[in-house]
Write a protein that binds this ligand. Structure first.
Ligand SMILES: [Zn+2]
Length: 273
C-alpha cells in the first residue's frame, strides 16, 4: 500500500482504526524502520522530544517523541513513537518533508508509526488518507428534535460524533452549511405528507419544529467537481438507508428516507465527483 507518511512510500497497517485505537499503526512493508514524512503542507503545533520507551506512560507521554502538524481547513495529523525528531514547534513543513524517524518511544511495543488524522481535533479514520489528500470539503449540520442539537462536521458512524440526531428521537428540523458552494435542501413532513419549500445554507432551516420528517432532498450547487452525499436512518429501524447523491439514489427515488417513517439521524458529506 502506498504511503504519504513513510519516505520510501510503502506501508503495512499493523493495528487498524477502532473505537479504542483512533489511529492506524504502520510499519514499512517487510522491513519496518523508515523515515517519517509530513503528510501535507502545514505547521508544527505540537512537538515532543527526549522521550524513551515507557510502557506505563499516559497522556501525551504515551505518544513518546511526537509531532503534530496543523494543515488548515480543520485538519491536523499526528506522528507518534518517533526515534528522532527533525522539526521544531512552530516550523512550517512541506508535504513529503522529513520530520523524524520511526521508533519505539512512549507506550509502544515495538517500533512503528502511530498515525492520527484529526478533523476539528476529533480523531477520524486515517486509513483512506494514507494514500490521499486531506484536502476535502465537509458540511456542518445540525438537527432539531425538541431543541437544536450541537452541530456536527464529521460523517463517520464509528464515532459518537459522526452523525446528527438522537437515535429514536424524531428529527423535526435541519440546518446544513457546506464548506464550498451552496447547499439546497428540503424536507417532507410525515403527518402532512408534503414537501416544504427549498432552503439554502443557513439562510433558514428546513422543517416545522415539532413535526416529524420522513424524507429529505439535498443538492450542492456552485462547487465545481464536488457533490453532496447524504443518508438517514428511521426511528425504530436501527439501520441507515442507502446513500443519496444529489437528487438521485440507487432506487431512483431521489430522496433519503421512506414516506411514513420518521427520520431520527442523518449523515452528510461532500465528495469528489
Ligand atoms: Zn497506535
Amino acid at each position: 500500500m502506498a504511503s504519504r507518511v513513510l519516505k520510501t512510500g510503502e506501508n503495512q497497517i499493523t493495528t487498524k482504526f477502532s473505537a479504542g485505537h483512533k489511529a492506524v499503526d504502520v510499519v514499512k512493508y517487510r522491513s519496518q524502520l523508515d523515515t517519517i514524512v509530513a503528510h501535507s503542507d502545514g505547521k508544527v503545533v505540537f512537538c515532543q522530544t527526549g522521550k524513551k520507551n515507557n510502557k506505563l506512560a499516559v497522556g501525551n507521554a504515551s505518544y513518546g517523541n511526537c509531532v503534530k502538524i496543523d494543515h488548515g481547513n480543520g485538519y491536523s495529523t499526528l506522528y507518534a513513537h518517533l526515534a528522532l525528531v527533525y522539526v521544531k514547534l512552530g516550523q512550517t513543513v512541506k508535504a513529503g518533508q522529513e520530520i523524524g524517524t520511526m521508533g519505539n518511544t512512549g507506550r509502544s511495543y515495538g517500533a512503528h508509526l502511530h498515525f492520527e488524522v484529526r478533523l476539528h481535533n476529533t480523531r477520524i479514520d486515517p486509513t483512506p488518507f494514507l494514500e490521499a489528500d486531506l484536502q476535502q470539503h465537509n458540511v456542518t449540520y445540525k438537527v432539531y428534535t425538541n431543541k437544536w442539537l450541537a452541530p456536527v462536521t464529521n460523517c463517520n458512524d464509528k464515532d459518537s460524533n459522526g452523525y446528527a440526531g438522537v437515535v429514536n428521537k424524531r428529527m423535526t428540523a435541519l440546518q446544513a452549511v457546506p464548506s464550498v458552494g451552496t447547499l439546497r435542501y428540503r424536507v417532507h413532513l410525515l403527518d402532512e405528507n408534503r414537501w416544504l419549500p427549498w432552503v439554502e445554507n443557513d439562510a433558514d432551516y428546513a422543517g416545522n419544529k415539532g413535526e416529524a420528517i420522513d424524507a429529505l432532498q439535498m443538492q450542492l450547487i456552485g462547487a465545481d467537481g464536488y457533490e453532496v452525499q447524504y443518508r438517514v436512518s428511521a426511528a425504530q429501524n436501527a439501520r441507515w438507508y442507502g446513500w443519496c447523491t444529489g437528487l438521485s439514489d440507487k432506487t431512483g427515488d431521489g430522496y433519503a428516507g421512506v414516506f411514513g417513517k420518521a427520520i431520527d439521524c442523518i449523515q452528510i458529506k461532500i465528495v469528489k465527483k
